[in-house]
Write a protein that binds this ligand. Structure first.
Ligand code: AMP
Length: 216
């Protein structure tokens, strides 16, 4: 199954993609993760991308498309993939259509995770990763026991560089202006599934599976 996850920063795309990976053997392809890895590795591409990422702007289409093309040609995507954070504007959506047509791997569905603006802010400002286990946590929503467990295991709660308030506000603005028009694009293509992304992650996952016809 080949799926695109649409949704604002903080709508839960990464969290839900990880569950589909666990249960259905799909591969999660997050352009944000690929870019962060390039930044951490200090590659030329990473250096070019970093300034845009720190400002909450989009990295250039050329860089992101090149990375995606390379990733889709690796051998592990045979059972399907979830694109998390790509496409983010109309030019990328059109380029994706062309690329997938070339690879003869058209999309099966596009899932929009819908979350209210105030909740997005709390999810993003509160988001932390345990440095020991890599577990995604939130200082507002995670059970205190899970937050304490990270520290007890000798880990620290790390905040992403671009999860500060100024950058978050810009990321949400960029989403509204550049990414939201893709909702209409994929609706017209007959691929769009809208999923309520609020509330408990397990409940969101059940709604997502239902929308994708993956229950039973
Ligand atoms: P994310 O982890 O998906 O929130 O992405 C983090 C940052 O990486 C974004 O704010 C952008 O600067 C950059 N980025 C990720 N995916 C894309 C994309 N498809 N196009 C352009 N920039 C991207």
């Amino acid at each position: 199954m080949r799926i695109v996850f649409l949704g604002a920063p903080g709508s839960g795309k990464g969290t839900q993609a990880q569950r589909l990976v666990r249960d259905y053997g799909l591969v999660q392809i997050s352009t944000g993760d690929l870019l962060r890895a390039a930044v951490a590795a200090g590659t030329e591409l990473g250096r070019q991308a970093k300034a845009a990422m720190d400002a909450g702007e989009l990295v250039s289409d050329d860089i992101v498309l090149g990375m995606l093309r390379e990733r889709l040609q690796q051998g592990d995507v045979g059972r399907g993939f979830i694109l998390d954070g790509f496409p983010r504007n109309l030019a990328q959506a059109r380029a994706l259509d062309t690329l997938l047509a070339e690879l003869r791997q058209p999309l099966d569905a596009v899932c929009l995770l819908k979350v209210d603006f105030d909740i997005l802010m709390k999810r993003l400002t509160g988001r932390r990763t345990c440095s020991k286990t890599g577990k995604l946590l939130n200082i507002y929503f995670s059970p205190q026991a899970e937050l304490d467990a990270c520290k007890a295991a000798g880990g620290e709660l790390i905040q992403r560089d671009d999860d500060n308030e100024e950058t978050i506000a810009n990321r949400l603005k960029v989403y509204r202006e550049q990414t939201e028009p893709l909702v209409g694009y994929y609706q017209q293509a007959g691929l769009l599934k809208v999923v309520d992304g609020e509330g408990d992650p397990d409940a969101v996952y059940e709604r997502l599976r239902l929308a994708l016809g993956l229950t039973g």
